[in-house]
Design a protein around this ligand. Structure first.
Ligand code: PLP
Length: 392
């Protein structure tokens, strides 16, 4: 079905940060399947680990213990502030699990009959019905009403407005079960969270026993230069959702929670494919490679280099470009309102052999494989500059 306005390009194979189309043209991939291909394309370790797993066991039901799933859960909990993990297959599905958990938290812990969940304007949480309702962007709701009940929206990074909404919701007693928020807004325009805002949100959630859930589907698993986005904000969430980068290209999602808010009991939530041996082997390999290759340090260095190169680009084209922002290898180049739109820039970059993705109409997003090298970053910015010149 025509759910995507696709470019007329057939991508056929990839290696590292490069992909080739069916006509043989080569592209430098700064999209990585939208922050998915953590280790780049056709990574040798991932290929070997998955081939081995295919020869052993691909899928069994969650009716039985799955060692790979238990190992991946341990790999996540040993490296984070979280204690328990539910596995599924996508970001939206992970957020659905978080939304159900939040509602149960509202019933059980706060005694609320009709619990509310607060999410941010310009957020993105996925396209299933509850996840898209959580998404604070009316354009994604259009045509799909009625939306799911029980969501309210606050302006991101705005402490006063957040407190006002919370007070309004709780004027007649407990009403809010959870806050679901991205530590850095990805799709909404690459907007980093403000630590002062998040500290206050944490305080208020602590006071009232409101669940604080971070959607780390895009920023999590090393992309920020720390393993988890919350590490940039100096606070701990009660739960996080993961997907995109966790499987390095194999579909997997996860909800990881602190022990104290592990409210699910057997039979209350499920996913047939969730946490199968194949997907979990992919997740284990991605986490092991991040560690073995010291990719967090690498991402921090590459993030700084990309920021520097983008700053130089901005200074060469002040009429078109406003600046750049982001953490690690999730960076956004902000276009001036009078400049060509982000989709136009992305299209021109494609012609120059560079894959980029918009984040809204005015921001061009870089989310390359975490393995990208300095020469690729310089080449990407060079190709982007050529594209900008063709548009000028
Ligand atoms: C991509 C994304 C989602 C949705 O993930 P899907 O796997 O497409 O369902 C949710 N939240 C954030 C922050 C995302 O970037």
């Amino acid at each position: 079905m025509d759910t995507y306005a696709r470019f007329p390009v057939e991508l056929e194979r990839g290696r590292g940060v490069w992909v080739w189309d069916s006509a043989g043209k080569r592209y430098l991939d700064c999209v990585a399947g939208i922050a998915v291909c953590t280790l780049g394309h056709s990574n040798g370790r991932l290929k070997r680990a998955l081939s081995h797993q295919l020869g052993k066991l691909q899928h069994v039901s969650n009716l039985y213990r799955i060692p790979e799933q238990e190992q991946l859960a341990a790999a996540i909990t040993n490296r984070s502030c979280l204690d328990r993990v539910f596995f599924c297959n996508s970001g939206a599905e992970a957020n659905e699990a978080a939304i159900k958990l939040a509602r149960k938290h509202g019933h059980v812990v706060r005694g609320i009959e009709q619990p509310l969940i607060l999410t941010a304007q310009a957020s993105f949480h996925g396209r299933t019905l509850a996840a898209v309702t959580a998404t604070g962007q009316p354009k994604y709701h259009q045509g799909f009403e009625p939306m799911v009940q029980g969501f309210r929206y606050f302006p991101y990074n705005d402490t006063a407005a957040f407190e006002a909404l919370l007070n309004q919701c709780e004027a007649n007693g407990p009403a809010v079960a959870a806050v679901l928020v991205e530590p850095l807004q990805g799709e909404g325009g690459v907007i980093p969270g403000d630590p002062a805002f998040f500290r206050r949100v944490r305080e208020l959630c602590d006071e009232k026993h409101i669940l604080l859930v971070f959607d780390e589907v895009q920023i999590g698993v090393g992309r920020s230069g720390d393993l988890w986005g919350y590490e940039h904000l100096g606070i701990e969430p009660d739960a996080i959702t993961l997907a995109k980068g966790l499987g390095g290209g194999i579909p997997i999602g996860a909800l990881a929670v602190k022990q104290a808010v592990d409210h699910f009991r057997p039979g209350e939530h499920a996913s047939t494919f969730g946490g199968n041996p194949f997907a979990c082997r992919a997740g284990l390999t991605v986490l092991a490679e991040i560690e073995r290759r010291q990719l967090l340090k690498h991402v921090r260095a590459m993030g700084v280099l990309l920021q520097e190169e983008l700053a130089k680009l901005v200074s060469r084209h002040p009429g078109l470009l406003e600046g750049s922002r982001g953490w690690g290898l999730l960076q956004g180049l902000v276009l001036r309102p009078e400049a060509p739109s982000a989709p136009e820039v992305v299209k021109a970059a494609l012609a120059e052999g560079l894959l980029l993705v918009p984040a809204g109409t005015q921001v061009v997003r870089f989310v390359p494989p975490l393995t990208i090298k300095p020469r690729h970053i310089r080449e990407a910015v060079k190709r982007l500059e050529r594209a900008l010149i063709t548009l000028a």
